[in-house]
Write a protein that binds this ligand. Structure first.
Ligand code: IMP
Ligand code: MG
Length: 181
């Protein structure tokens, strides 16, 4: 290892296994599919943390779902957002007059969802709802409505299934806390 790299932290307790995640994502997908019957849905997935959730959730949705991508980054001390969220769109981001479901990996302070929601609302959608795999309510700084929510997590930093720490661990098939956190 070069001295420019920091050693990976050991992963601690598994919070949700791949099987538990698959089961919960299927339940969420079925709920979304039911609620949007007859209304073509546009998912706006917030990169990059939502990649695994998006890939699995869409397998439970109707054939006419469309997928748009947006990238959001927060600035803070590494594991906490300070409310400054920068948003970058990919391509056309066609949401005018659409029923939009904002998808993210986790609601922590809530800043990301609030800021992305504001940006999407300004584009004239027909409706906007939110869907997160994980909710960490103990850390909320701004009020955000979560219409679909997979699991509640305690105030620990979690990685895996798309969630990262400085770019690491996104590929883990399960969700775990980092040792020492
Ligand atoms: P918020 O803006 O503070 O709600 O945080 C949202 C973003 O921070 C999420 O989309 C995640 O990318 C990241 N994040 C928050 N908590 C965690 C965590 O425990 N593990 C990994 N990423 C997290
Ligand atoms: Mg994120």
């Amino acid at each position: 290892m070069s001295d420019r790299e920091t050693p990976p932290q050991a992963v601690g307790d598994v919070l949700f296994t791949a099987e538990q995640i698959a089961q919960r994502v299927a339940e969420l997908g079925e709920a979304v599919r039911r609620d949007y019957t007859g209304r073509p849905l546009t998912i706006v997935a917030i990169l990059r943390g939502s990649i695994a959730f998006l890939a699995d959730l869409r397998t439970h949705l109707a054939e006419d779902v469309t997928i748009e991508l947006i990238e959001a980054s927060s600035y803070g001390d590494g594991t906490a957002s300070n409310g400054q969220v920068s948003i970058r769109r990919y391509g056309t981001l066609d949401v005018a007059d659409r029923d939009v479901l904002l998808l993210d990996d986790i609601a922590d302070t809530g800043y990301t969802l609030v800021k992305v929601r504001e940006a999407i609302e300004a584009m004239g959608p027909r409706s906007v709802r939110t869907c997160v795999l994980l909710d960490k309510p103990s850390r909320r700084r701004v009020d955000v409505a979560l219409d679909y929510r997979g699991f509640e997590v305690p105030d620990v930093f979690v990685v895996g299934y798309g969630l990262d720490l400085a770019g690491r661990y996104r590929g883990l098939p399960y969700i775990t806390r980092l040792d020492g956190d």
